[in-house]
Design a protein. Structure first.
Length: 509
């Protein structure tokens, strides 16, 4: 079987089965690229809806000047809709299945394809959650079955995950990767595992953000702000959960949990409770935010506005991390003292994500007045985000003064409880650990992992590049501190990360 799999140049006719949101987008993409497409949907009303969706998409492309009106007609002429699966796939070089995510439906369909398709035709599933190995194992020619996971909207999103099973022939995988490139996409290759690359890395990170919220580590706004301003991500995790759909993310977590086990994939109780309440995010009008108005509802201020103190005690650290901040405070006309006095209402210490601020607060002798500050470079070589870290002994008024001070000196600020990792590093370093595990276990290369997250999720840099920039040794230290504080084995650095940290090695040369 492996010797007679067709080549990319031989793929002239493609059958797309299932004309939902993804299927219609895939059919449009293929027809735009010059392929003849058989668009298949067994229910005539669904077929009509899918073709209407496809025409609407092409109409928008014409209106926006992306394609000419004549090109629209040529694209549509290359698409033949049908409700007959057997006739539709008979001459197909490639069949792409995009039917609902239910294994019993897939098994029934692939049994039909065994009978109706040519023996050399490639069968590709667009599943995002089901086992492709299980799908392939039930077919007559499993070597020709692979995953071809497009992202929505398929005509626009550049990423395609090409997933191989232990049964897939190398020729099949290579053909699909080359086809993806011919379609103007960037393919990444991954072995069949729950979540593939993107969902396996993204969804546990989103779940972790929910845990930070439900354990009162920070507000929803500050968690999202830490991700966007501190990590440079296009959207905060809680806002993204609302966009994806909380029920969708919960379903992916349950698939990951079933395959891998462990606490990293156990759904946060708050996520499950919101789903039980049918608060799924944007599509239901409410999730972590309320969308029933023109803009998401902002949280009410839970603290009174505070005036900037006339004097701030700033306890210097040996690394000089607060030297520039001291200069900014002085330039803003605020007196800086080296040690707190009876009249000092705010004491600032350097916050290290590996250690408790509480120890420094107790050493300062004024624990209720102490705020730790962790400055984060937001990309221009200067600190643009300040994590204000509050030991549980810090007075509410002290926290308000710290926020007012940050605003006075031009720093965006988020507030975090005094727990290792704070916000930005707690969120990102746990995901870095997941990415290293994926590479360590042979599922994907560092280049493909980073490419997938940049193209699939809009990351400015991939997680392993971000890990390199942060320093593997530093990431290990913070993860170990998180593990020691929580007892959660999910934060234990994976062996390969520990090796790289010890050797001073980077994941990208």
């Amino acid at each position: 079987m492996t010797s007679n799999v067709i080549k990319p140049t031989d793929i002239r006719e493609v059958a797309v089965i299932g004309l939902g949101l993804m299927g219609s987008g895939i059919a449009e993409l293929l027809a735009r690229s010059g392929h003849h497409v058989v668009a298949i949907e067994i229910d005539q009303s669904f077929l009509d809806q899918g073709m209407a969706r496809l025409r609407t998409s092409l109409d928008k492309a014409v209106t926006r000047g992306k394609i000419a009106d004549t090109a629209r007609e040529e694209i549509l002429a290359r698409i033949r809709p049908t409700a007959d699966i057997a006739a539709g796939v008979a001459n197909a070089d490639l069949v792409i299945e995009a039917i609902p995510e239910r294994m019993e439906l897939k098994r029934t369909l692939y049994a039909q394809l065994d009978e109706a398709c040519r023996a050399d035709a490639i069968l590709a599933t667009n599943t995002s959650s089901l086992s492709i190995t299980e799908i392939a194992g039930g077919t007559r020619y499993p070597a020709r079955v692979a995953g071809l996971h497009f992202f929505n909207p398929a005509p626009v999103m550049k990423l395609v995950e090409v997933i191989s099973t232990v049964l897939t022939s190398p020729e099949t995988t290579q053909t699909l990767a080359l086809l993806a490139r011919d379609l103007g996409k960037t393919p990444v290759q991954v072995s069949d595992r729950a979540g593939f690359i993107v969902n396996a890395l993204l969804v546990p990170y989103l779940n972790h953000a929910v845990r930070l919220l439900e354990t009162a580590q920070a507000t929803r706004e500050d968690i999202d702000k830490a991700a966007t301003m501190g990590l440079g991500l296009p959207m905060g995790p809680l806002t993204l959960l609302d966009l994806i759909g909380l029920d969708t993310s919960l379903a992916v977590l349950e698939v990951l949990q079933a395959e891998f086990g462990g606490t990293r994939y156990a759904p946060a109780p708050l996520l499950r409770k919101l789903c039980d309440a049918r608060l799924f995010g944007r599509k239901s009008g409410r999730g972590f935010y309320d969308y029933r108005h023109s803009t998401p509802e902002a949280a009410a201020e839970d603290h009174p506005p505070a005036s900037v103190p006339a004097e701030v005690a700033l306890i210097r650290d040996s690394d000089g991390l607060l030297d520039e901040l001291a200069s900014q405070i002085t330039a803003a006309g605020i007196s800086v003292a080296p040690q707190p006095s009876a009249g000092t209402g705010l004491v600032i210490v350097a916050a290290d994500p590996k250690h408790r601020v509480l120890d420094a607060a107790l050493a300062a002798g004024h624990p209720a007045d102490v705020v730790g500050i962790h400055l984060i470079d937001t990309g221009n070589g200067k600190p643009g985000l300040a994590e204000l870290v509050l030991p549980d002994v810090t007075a509410a008024g002290t926290a308000a003064k710290a926020r007012a001070l940050a605003a006075k000196v031009g720093l965006h600020a988020v507030t975090s409880r005094d727990r290792p990792g704070f916000l930005t590093e707690a969120l990102s370093y746990a995901q870095f650990n997941d990415a290293v595990r994926m590479f360590q276990d042979g599922y994907a290369s560092p280049a493909d992992i980073d490419t997938a997250m940049m193209l699939g999720c809009g990351y400015p840099r991939g997680p392993l590049q971000m890990l390199d920039d942060a320093g593997p040794a530093n990431v290990v230290d913070v993860l170990e501190a998180m593990h020691a504080a929580t007892g959660d084995p999910a934060f234990t650095p994976v062996p390969l990360l520990a090796e790289y940290a010890t050797a001073g090695t980077r994941f990208h040369s």
